[in-house]
Write a new protein. Sequence first.
Length: 282
Amino acid sequence: MIHSFLMIGQSNMAGRGYAKEVPLIFDEHIKMLRNGLWQVMAEPINFDRPSSGVGLASSFAAFWRQDHQQDEIGLIPCADGGTSLDDWAVGNALFENAVSQARLAQRTSEIKGILWHQGESDCSSEKADQYQEKFSIIIDALRQQLNIPKVPLIIGGLGDYLPNGIFGQYFKHYSLVNRELEDFAQSHENCYFVTAKGLTANPDGIHFNAHSQRLLGIRYYYAYRDLKHLLNPNVNENDILNEIYNRPYTKTEKIKLLEHEFALGNIEGKDYLMQITAIGKE
């Protein structure tokens, strides 16, 4: 049985990191849901926009795998960029889609957690005041409809860089949202807050860059594993990330990666056959 995790929220959950800036994460035992079926994970996992890129879920899953080497993890991507809490309200399309995708996943997996990152679209003092009330309704309904009353919910904070970017005027009240996110986690069972302290942005000043997304995924897993709020970065999170990057590929993974490059036209047929033969002899 696959251990699955529901990914919901807006663009920083979907991921906008530039893939060219970080090493690949690839593991045959990390799956993602596509058309109701599990496929081997490839980034972007959460393809909500043409600008989709690296998100936090890949490093979360890779870190999870270090503790569960005999098991498979599945990612259920349902985040959508630019969406507000009102867009996620019970009965609206995003909520219904998340429930639908999660139910498909439950046919062949057990949902073990919910990963949430959202708030940039609610960065006003008025919306921040209503955040906890609205979010509670969404999460309570999600837990009830999926019959997952006690699975951990991991919530990530907004980046401290937001008011300093080129669109900074829209994020003057980001700290109010962060406070509401942390207060919600502190006051609800099976809910844990993860800090975004020290993380950096893409040139747009809104989205975490690829390396920061990788670090955020490590932080999410620490909170999930230890069932504790992570209010400060771990000193060894870059070491964990390097361990993930340096994991040797299995023969199956080497073959799948080579097949992918051949399918994209990046390798000529003769070279493909030569390399696939060499892998087979290992």
